[in-house]
Write a protein that binds this ligand. Structure first.
Ligand code: HEC
Length: 109
């Protein structure tokens, strides 16, 4: 093998290896999931909306929130609604997405 061929082979090997690096890079940015939403929900929302979204009767039953009204969900969570506090920028966009995925699971996640 000439040096040139070796360099080319090495470059090809690196190219092939690069997709394998992708999952490690993605890990730095949390991927929104219902599971992440559940843990956020438990910390921030359960005291009013009930454990596992089973309402205690004092606030909106999130299990019945319409699934096609994501914009309303984000607006109500960030801006608040009557006795529901406004969360403003408490949640990053991917955390809001996780909360939405969790609400979409009706508490079964
Ligand atoms: C201090 C108690 C309290 C906390 C904490 C709370 N909520 Fe609420 N939430 C309410 C009340 C009360 C309502 C009913 C508001 C109304 O319709 O008058 C409500 C309503 C809602 C609604 C329905 C709004 C609509 O458009 O009809 C959504 C969605 C919601 N809450 C999501 C959340 C999420 C997500 C969290 C956690 C990040 C959370 N809430 C935390 C009290 C709370």
């Amino acid at each position: 093998m000439t040096i040139q061929v070796q360099v080319r082979a090495l470059a090809a090997a690196l190219l092939l290896a690069s997709p394998a690096l992708a999952p490690a890079q993605q890990a730095a940015v949390p991927v929104p999931s219902a599971a992440q939403g559940k843990s956020l929900y438990t910390s921030f929302c359960a005291r009013c909306h009930g454990m596992n979204m089973v309402t205690t009767g004092v606030s909106f039953d999130l299990r019945s929130f319409p699934r096609d009204q994501r914009e309303r969900f984000e607006r109500s969570v960030t801006q608040g609604l009557r006795a529901m506090p406004a969360w403003g920028t408490t949640f990053k966009p991917e955390e809001l997405e996780s909360l939405w995925l969790y609400v979409g699971s009706s508490g079964s996640s």
